[in-house]
Design a protein around this ligand. Structure first.
Ligand code: G6P
Length: 513
């Protein structure tokens, strides 16, 4: 078994769990007030400064880029819109060679630097600690976490390797923005190499309460090391509050106005709900509905209402619960039998991880069983597809769907929910059914918000969505579209960078209580 690196990883004072200090929970609740007079500071970049973005995956532009464009890619491109810099991370390749290659490609103003991972690193860092320990625990699924010291060691080793490579390219003025749970200890590894840059971290996935975070073996080596960042951003107020409570309870740190004093440094915790390219996606959907493939799918429905679900195949997405709710709907809403088709698109992911292989089997079997029980020779209630479609095709399908069914058991944000709203025809929009446990529920308050564990209530929401009168659909859509237009991906990226670049002050976000 590989040994853990020696010595204290973090030297803050640990103490008995105590009360949270004056960090007000209610500050984070409710909808964001993105009023135009909010204090967003302009970027005061030094001519020497560049933006260095670090994430596990890197999307180097190529001919297929427009087709794939996942959430992270859209987000990072927004950050580089008016800036030059480096996007650094894993190449996506696993190598058997002993000498690990680093590649550099330049496109426009951005230099893409990518590293391969050795088989061992990939297994321990990506499949192991990131996706079998951090992913389940941060999604409130302690029961699925499979911890091993070897994987933790591999995770720290890869982060250290990233820091070593970054060390060669990082200038003293550069602004560094690190993304997601794969790279929590990166700032610490950079600080140890003497870097005093402003470094920000954004967690794309949920942050559970300290009662759950402390179930992570060696949490005290990992979670407090996030304080080496200058800014730690979360998707929702609940996530930020949970993290703040951890810092207070486990590390004895106290906050004032969203800022924690850590020795001589100030660490800011703030909320940045990630958005989409709202206007561009709406335009794309308008055109895409007429694409031959989207037309073919819509025509094949033969006038039936379309319910759509699109998710990476992951237990956090609640696809099995959703199928059960749809079955319940068919059972309780006899009139709709034969008149509705539920299309579930769920491309497989992380297939080397046992929990993912298991759910793939379970979901396929459940869809088959429901189709067998309720289908007719001329009607298949569920169409289940396990491969990915292009962005344009999805946009067209969203627009043609009467209901968007987005019911994760836990989700940092869920951009499918936002894209479904953006894609709708404002004069005849479909209805979004959204889990209250998705970060997007904070902004999409006019969706039909449901508890995904309660199949009766999800079934009732499907019935309500299908029967919803046009004026109500329009009013709900309009309210959500406005919010998503104000907090689009560009304003998200600009706001994060502006908060990161300035000296600690007050928050730029105001929350209604
Ligand atoms: C989530 C994470 C991302 C990750 C993506 C796809 O959205 O927040 O960091 O890249 O899932 O997962 P994968 O393991 O394929 O990168």
């Amino acid at each position: 078994m590989a040994a853990l690196p020696k010595g204290p990883v973090w030297n803050v004072r640990f103490r008995e769990p105590g009360a949270v200090d004056n960090f007000p929970q209610t500050m984070f609740h409710g909808r964001i007030d993105l009023s135009p007079d909010q204090a967003v500071v302009e970027l005061g970049e030094s001519p020497l400064a560049q933006l260095v973005i670090v994430s596990n995956r890197v999307a180097i532009p190529d001919k297929t880029a427009k087709l794939r464009a996942g959430g992270l890619e859209v987000a990072v491109n927004a950050a580089f819109k008016n800036r030059s810099g480096i996007w650094f991370g894993w190449s996506g390749k696993v190598t058997t060679r002993t000498k690990i290659a680093t590649r550099e490609v330049v496109h426009d103003k951005v230099t893409y630097i990518t590293l391969d991972l050795s088989k061992e690193d990939h297994q321990e860092y990506y499949n192991g600690f990131a996706n079998r320990v951090l992913w389940p625990i941060l999604h409130y699924r302690i029961d699925l976490a499979e911890f091993s010291r070897r994987d933790l060691s591999g995770y720290l080793r890869v982060n250290d390797h990233f820091a070593r490579e970054l060390h060669n390219v990082l200038g003293p003025e550069d602004i560094v923005w690190v993304h997601d749970y794969h790279l929590m200890p990166l700032a610490k590894a950079l600080r140890e190499r003497g870097h005093k840059n402003r470094i920000g971290f954004f967690l794309h996935i949920p942050c559970p309460p300290p009662e759950m975070l402390t179930a992570l073996p060696h949490h005290e080596r990992l979670i407090p090391s996030l304080c080496e960042y200058d800014l730690i951003g979360f998707q929702t107020g609940d996530d930020a509050f949970n993290f703040s409570r951890y810092l207070t309870r486990e590390c004895g740190l106290h906050s004032h106005d969203f800022n924690f004093m850590v020795g001589e440094r100030t660490v800011r915790v703030d909320v940045f709900p990630v958005g989409i390219e709202t206007a561009a996606f709406a335009r794309l959907a308008e055109g895409s509905e007429r694409l031959p493939f989207a037309q073919k799918v819509l025509k094949s429905l033969a006038g039936r209402a379309l319910i759509i679900g699109v998710d990476r195949l992951d237990y956090s997405k609640g696809i099995a619960h959703r199928l059960a709710a749809f079955e319940r709907f068919l059972h309780t809403h006899r009139d709709w039998r034969g008149k509705v088709t539920y299309l579930q698109i769920a491309p497989e992911s992380r297939t080397e991880i046992p929990e993912y292989a298991e759910i793939a089997q379970g979901i396929g079997a459940a869809a088959g069983r429901i189709n067998g029980a309720y289908g007719e020779a001329d009607w298949t209630p569920i169409r289940y597809v396990s491969h990915a479609y292009s962005r344009a095709t999805l946009a067209g399908l969203y627009r043609g769907a009467r209901v968007g069914l987005v019911t994760p058991l836990r989700d940092g944000m869920n951009l499918v929910a936002k894209e479904y709203v953006a894609a709708q025809n404002p004069y005849d929009p479909g209805v979004l059914i959204l889990s209250r446990f998705a970060g997007a529920a904070n902004e999409c308050k006019e969706a039909l918000l449901v508890n995904p564990y309660d199949s009766d209530s999800v079934a009732a929401a499907i019935g309500e969505a299908l029967a919803m009168p046009l004026p109500e659909r329009r009013a709900r859509h309009k309210a959500m579209f406005e919010v998503l237009s104000r907090n689009d991906i560009q304003s998200w990226a600009d706001r994060f960078l502006s908060v990161l670049q300035r000296e600690p002050a007050r928050s730029t976000l105001l929350y209604q209580i």
